[in-house]
Design a protein around this ligand. Structure first.
Ligand SMILES: *[C@@H]1O[C@H](CO)[C@@H](O)[C@H](O)[C@H]1NC(C)=O
Ligand SMILES: *[C@@H]1O[C@H](CO)[C@@H](O)[C@H](O)[C@H]1NC(C)=O
Ligand SMILES: *[C@@H]1O[C@H](CO)[C@@H](O)[C@H](O)[C@H]1NC(C)=O
Length: 510
């Protein structure tokens, strides 16, 4: 929400269908203005099938997802059109199913339905989905998506990986998103405009100061077993530092990409990021604190928010019900440094250490002159009236000059090495930047997929690395310069953004 920077990367060349194998996996999402109370405060949201977070989507890597979205939204205080983005899925040859309103599709208007058909083409990992219309996902349209790999190279490292080992971290607001956005853009008379959430939730349960003692989420384990926990940050504004009392965590997957196992005591998780970690239940049978203190600026602006006491419970079979008898304490021990992570398969940035074919500098600036605006290279993004993909396919747009400057469209040739040099803003705000649909190496055929997101050649810390840099699809950018590299071999218009845009448009009739 705070970094409303949006960017387009269009990578134009033939869009062609790929042969599909595997099963059809169907979900129906009825999206309505239901009442929910994840932290004990009842409010109307933009809710999938009556609960927050939305349903967990599960499939195998050779399957095709068919997700039918029935838009039943009626509440005029929130956005009533909708679209859904499936964060991290490559969408090779299915750019039309990617979701961003104004880029890949027109919004689904109230009373209408749309079915997203997404062949997974062998891609596996931990993902999430969310509304990609303005800031609508703040109101609740978010959930987890897990694609399983029967040939997982890490399979020997864990015993259990199922719905109960998926852990979402979310921030939650008592106020509807359009009202928060108004304060964000135009201010409230005070100094800070960022909408600070009312509560932090682990797996959809949390508490706010003065609110009811909502039951904490509980992860059940059996002594001696090894669990693959899939931790997903589905927040709007907050990062978290995740740890489990008395247990180390071995990271094996980062944003859908397998990495060399790396053991830490705690890790930070930014916007949209995911980690699979192995937890071995090798401690005495009792209850332990799962801790995810929130990291966000100006937290004290909201008296409801307790950033520290964001807890869930790790419960060993045989232990009594209820909270652990220990004090939650302060997490300590080794904190993950991202630059120490290395991909398990095909490490190395595309092109090695040779210069990129094209280098694009992105300067993020925030202007607080009366209204909050984020710009990239001095231009504020405005969602176009006609989606980018439609302009490419139907209107023959092929060059950057065909698009308006405010669309920020870069047209990239196929099979080129691209460096994005992202300069953090001077005020040290953290951006969590993603190209929601990453752009690398889909070889033809479901079995030879080498799914690549981007390589972080230069992260927030650590040396420049072309040999085995971390590979993921969301990178945190604080005050310094971060360089990410990818190869353009997935044709289509792809959106690069850092948070959501508070300004775009809505089609109410079609
Ligand atoms: C799943 O959805 C697809 C596409 O909408 C449809 O063709 C198929 O019949 C559905 N399968 C089931 C079991 O409903
Ligand atoms: C956490 O949420 C996921 C769905 O988002 C669910 O499948 C899982 O059972 C939940 N786990 C716990 C421990 O509540
Ligand atoms: C997760 O954490 C970061 C911290 O920077 C936050 O900005 C982000 O919006 C959070 N939410 C999501 C969806 O990742």
């Amino acid at each position: 929400m705070k970094d409303n920077l949006l960017f387009l990367i269009a990578c134009i060349s033939g869009l062609r269908p790929l042969t599909v194998y595997g099963a059809d996996v169907n979900y129906t999402f009825n999206i309505a203005n239901s009442a929910v109370a994840p932290d004990g405060f009842r409010r109307i949201g933009v809710i999938v099938n009556g609960a927050f977070p939305g349903p967990l989507i599960q499939a195998q890597k050779t399957d095709t997802l068919h997700i039918t979205v029935n838009n039943q939204l009626t509440n005029a205080n929130m956005r009533r059109s909708t679209t859904i983005h499936w964060h991290g899925l490559f969408q090779s040859r299915t750019a039309s199913e990617d979701g961003p309103a104004g880029v890949n599709q027109c919004p689904i208007s109230p009373g209408h339905s749309y079915t997203y058909d997404i062949p997974l083409n062998g891609q596996a990992g931990t993902f999430w989905y969310h509304s990609h219309l303005s800031s609508q996902y703040v109101d609740g349209l978010r959930g987890a998506l897990v694609i399983y790999d029967p040939q997982d190279p890490h399979r020997g490292l864990y015993d259990i990986d199922d719905a109960n080992t998926v852990i979402t971290l979310a921030d939650w607001y008592h106020t509807a998103a359009p009202a928060l956005q108004e304060v964000y853009i135009h201010g409230n008379g005070g100094g800070n405009h960022e909408p600070v959430p009312d509560a932090g939730l682990i797996n959809g349960s949390g508490r706010y100061i003065g609110g009811p003692l909502v039951a904490r989420s509980r992860v059940d384990v059996v002594a001696g077993k090894r669990y693959r926990l899939r931790v997903i940050n589905i927040s709007v504004y907050s990062g978290y530092e995740f740890s489990i009392e008395g247990h180390r965590l071995t990271i094996i997957e980062v944003d859908g990409i397998n990495h060399v196992p790396f053991t830490v005591d705690r890790f930070e998780i930014y916007a949209g990021q995911r980690y699979s970690v192995i937890l071995t239940a090798n401690q005495p049978v009792r209850n332990y604190w799962i801790r995810a203190p929130m990291e966000l600026q100006h937290a004290s602006d909201n008296d409801n928010l307790d950033t520290e006491k964001v807890y869930a419970i790790l419960h060993y079979a045989g232990a009594p019900a209820g909270d652990p008898s220990t004090k939650p304490g302060s997490p300590s021990g080794t904190l993950l440094e991202e630059h120490l992570l290395a991909p398990l398969e095909n490490p190395g940035a595309p092109g090695g250490n040779r210069p990129a074919d094209r280098t694009i500098d992105l300067n993020f600036q925030r202007d607080n002159d009366g209204q909050t605006e984020w710009t990239v290279n001095g231009i504020r993004y405005e969602s176009p009236g006609v989606p980018t993909l439609l302009n490419v396919i139907a209107n023959g747009f092929t060059t950057e000059a065909d698009f308006k400057p405010s669309e920020h469209t870069f047209v990239l040739n196929k099979d080129q090495i691209i460096d994005l040099v992202i300069h953090g803003s001077a005020n040290g705000h953290t951006h969590a930047c993603s190209i929601p649909t990453p752009v690398e190496a889909i070889n033809d055929g479901p079995t030879s997929l080498h799914g690549h997101a981007f390589d972080i050649i230069q992260g927030e810390s650590g040396p420049v690395n072309y040999v085995n840099p971390p590979r993921r699809d969301v990178v945190g950018v604080k005050g310094s310069t971060v360089i990410i590299r990818f190869k353009t071999d997935n044709p289509g218009p792809w959106f690069l953004h850092c948070r959501t845009s508070p300004r775009d448009y809505e089609f109410t009739n079609r």
